[in-house]
Design a protein around this ligand. Structure first.
Ligand SMILES: Nc1nc2c(c(=O)[nH]1)N[C@H]1C(S)=C(S)[C@@H](COP(=O)(O)O)O[C@H]1N2
Ligand SMILES: [Mo]
Length: 359
């Protein structure tokens, strides 16, 4: 099978929103399970799937720069984690006025089981120097960036995807950051960053650099396009802020929006997650501006993945019913009614509103 056929097969179950670079949402049913099958995991890429030479160079302000291959990574202790990745642009279509950027609905979120090596163990091998402040991760993908005005400056017309994390975060074993080479027990596909990628739990997925090719310890904060130009909350009325941790959010997975249900009892189900989790409470409201009812919230299987919640609803009245779900996390963050508007349309975690018709 050539690379094109391989990509076509892994894309068949998704809702495509942009063919090139390929961006696609998960189908709604993909949110039902704890783990999203790889072929239903949303895809977000800023450039075409690149060729990768299989080498990962690690250096910068480090005592012993090195180059690792997939075999070298596989020879290190394997770590595994189920991680919920959500695109910072997820829910952009729900913002008014509509911001620029990929028109994501609400399904640029998925959870996979990732296997790889602990980032801090790799960094310990190269020995970051005292002067280090950030760690820069570079993907093998590059090209003209469609959201940047085409400038005479040719450097800007061939950008690489690069993102930095604070050195302290990258070195923190508790951050559980992986250089992953398997997704749900299989080698990473082209769309998901093969042969290896970063997976950063709790952060919006822009931090999880795919097709990882270089890692550099930096002595100055990184100011590249994907760090300071995009993935920034440009608030209308207060200072800009970088996009970091996922905002608290609940989704209703059953019933589906607009479903027609028979009268009787119905178990409403959903997921909830937060970068400052775990989730401590999910409530459901059956009327606008109404009372909030507690739901049954399952404890997290791990802190890096979404949690299940359910609510027994006595749907005895015929007619249209509204359903809303609202999550609160351990840090005390609660979902807002109205999306927090910002110019580039990131971090929409507004309370979901659906309706169903009971017959
Ligand atoms: N190299 C590279 N890594 C990347 C990106 C990219 O464009 N290039 N997109 C980021 C963004 S914005 C998201 S939301 C996630 C998506 O990961 P997925 O396609 O495996 O779901 O990858 C991140 N890592
Ligand atoms: Mo994203």
């Amino acid at each position: 099978m050539d690379r094109g056929e391989d990509l076509e097969m892994t894309r068949a179950g998704l809702t495509m929103i942009n063919p090139a670079p390929y961006n696609a949402e998960a189908p709604p049913a993909a949110l039902a399970d704890d783990i999203t099958p790889s072929e239903l995991h949303y895809v977000r890429s800023n450039f075409a799937v690149p060729e990768h030479d299989g080498r990962l160079e690690i250096g910068g302000a480090a005592d012993t720069p090195t180059t690792l291959t997939l075999e070298d990574l596989r020879a290190m202790p394997a770590r595994e984690a189920a991680v919920t990745l959500e695109c910072a642009g997820n829910g952009r279509l729900g913002m008014q006025p509509l911001p620029t950027g990929e028109p994501w609905g609400d399904y640029a979120v998925s959870t996979a089981r990732w296997t790889g090596v602990a980032l801090h163990e790799v960094l310990e091998r190269v020995g970051p120097q005292e002067t280090g402040v950030e760690v820069l991760f570079e993907g093998a993908d590059h090209g003209a960036y469609h959201l940047t005005p085409i400038l005479a400056d040719t450097d800007r017309n061939d950008l690489s995807f690069m993102r930095a994390l604070p050195l302290a975060t990258a070195m923190d074993p508790a951050a559980e950051i992986l250089i992953a080479y398997e997704m749900n027990g299989q080698p990473l596909s082209g769309d998901h960053g093969g042969p290896f990628r970063l997976v950063v739990p709790h952060w919006y997925a822009v931090a999880s650099v795919k097709w990882l090719r270089r890692i550099d310890v930096l002595t100055e904060p990184f100011a590249g396009e994907f760090q300071t130009g995009h993935y920034i909350y440009q608030w209308p009325d207060r200072p800009h802020e970088p996009v970091r941790l996922m905002r608290v959010r609940a989704r209703i997975t059953d019933p589906t929006p607009g479903a027609v249900l028979s009268r009787g009892s119905y178990v409403v189900r959903g997921k909830a997650w937060s970068g400052t989790g775990p989730i401590t409470k999910v409530e459901v409201s059956l009327t606008g501006e109404g009372e909030w009812h507690p739901t049954q919230l399952e404890p997290p299987n791990s802190t890096s993945q979404w949690q299940n919640w359910s609510f027994s609803w006595q749907a005895t009245d015929v007619g249209r019913h509204t359903l809303r779900a609202r999550a609160t996390d351990q840090a005390g963050n609660v979902q807002p009614d109205v999306p927090p508007w910002n110019r580039l349309g990131y971090g929409n975690n507004a309370i979901e509103v659906i309706y169903v018709d009971v017959h």
